[in-house]
Write a protein that binds this ligand. Structure first.
Ligand code: NAI
Length: 285
């Protein structure tokens, strides 16, 4: 099955850029959001982005106009899913809300439509059984900012058909992305697991007093070619988030190794959440 028409549900951080990316690649795209302000912001962003690309000589006037024709921001899901081949859901990260949306989408979409979720952590098997088309429900995980980041993780849980995965992988390639395929569902997919492993080790080395956090960052950047050290990244994504993710994981597994490290607990308790708080491992005041 060749995907030509794409619907993006949710025009927030991720959705508006996924929609624009698809429109730039020649797909016919409709994007919707329950919040009219967010929708208005997404329209303004798309227009500004395309006009700027023309000014900078990165797009021709004709390409920008074609992209604008390809992309419609519409106020209701009903309008957004007419004749669609692929829905990419990018709404709030709450399982019950996603399940309700997928049940609605199942009732509204044509029978052939694939329903994909951009969720960072929720595997599609937790959502697929809210529909009557579990073989057509999968994860299609973009990275932030979606217009820039090349990677897309596609996850084939045991309920997902090969046809679905082939169609989604091809759509990602046509969007000029580099898709990778996971043959099994797993918490955190590939990137967030790799990130977690580096982060855990970096925190362990710091807690053991082996080196300063600055030198561990320097080692990651200059020895491994990472663009940013693990502590710089922790400051950027938020030490509070790292604390909550660790606590959730520990609650689920009961494994003490999953607990947030003593350093993370200390910084969390002090409110040193990272860049947004003006202080984390580094000082931003
Ligand atoms: P966001 O909060 O910026 O945007 C979500 C949007 O969905 C909001 O504008 C909201 O009004 C809208 N919405 C909520 N319920 C809706 C419904 N029933 N129908 C239509 N619109 C609805 O969230 P963000 O950051 O874009 O995340 C969306 C999804 O993408 C989440 O599942 C998240 O895990 C995933 N994700 C987020 C990344 C990030 O860096 N923020 C990276 C990769 C994936």
């Amino acid at each position: 099955m060749e995907i030509k028409k794409i619907t993006v549900i949710g025009a927030g951080n991720m959705g508006h850029q996924i929609a624009l990316c698809a429109a730039l690649s020649g797909f016919e795209v409709k994007c919707t959001d329950t919040n009219p302000d967010i929708l208005a912001k997404a329209i303004a962003f798309a227009n500004n982005y395309l006009n700027e690309r023309v000014t900078k000589g990165k797009l021709t006037e004709e390409e920008a106009n074609k992209t604008k024709q390809n992309l419609a921001f519409v106020p209701t899901i009903q309008e957004a899913v007419v004749e669609t081949d692929l829905v990419i859901e990018a709404i709030i990260e709450k399982l019950d809300v996603k399940r309700k949306l997928f049940a609605d989408l199942d009732a509204m979409c044509p029978a052939h439509t694939i329903l994909a979720t951009n969720s960072s952590y929720i595997v599609s098997s937790k959502i697929a059984d809210a529909t009557n088309r579990p073989d057509k429900v999968c994860n299609m995980h973009f990275f932030n900012p979606a217009l820039v980041m090349k990677l897309v993780e596609v996850v084939q849980g045991s309920h997902v058909s090969n046809e679905t995965v082939d169609a989604v992988m091809n759509a990602a390639k046509k969007m000029n992305k580099t898709p990778v395929l996971l043959h099994k569902e797993i918490y955190g997919f590939l990137v967030n697991r790799l990130l977690q492993a580096t982060r855990q080790e970096a925190l362990k080395l710091l807690d053991m007093g082996v080196a300063s956090f600055e030198d561990i960052d320097t080692a990651a950047k200059n020895g491994l070619g990472y663009p940013m050290g693990p502590f710089q990244l922790l400051d950027l994504t938020g030490i509070d988030l790292a604390y909550h993710v660790g606590m959730e994981k520990y609650k689920e597994s009961g494994d003490a190794a999953d607990r947030p490290s003593p350093t993370v607990v200390e910084k969390f308790t002090k409110g040193d959440f990272g860049k947004k708080a003006g202080k984390g491992f580094y000082d931003y005041e």
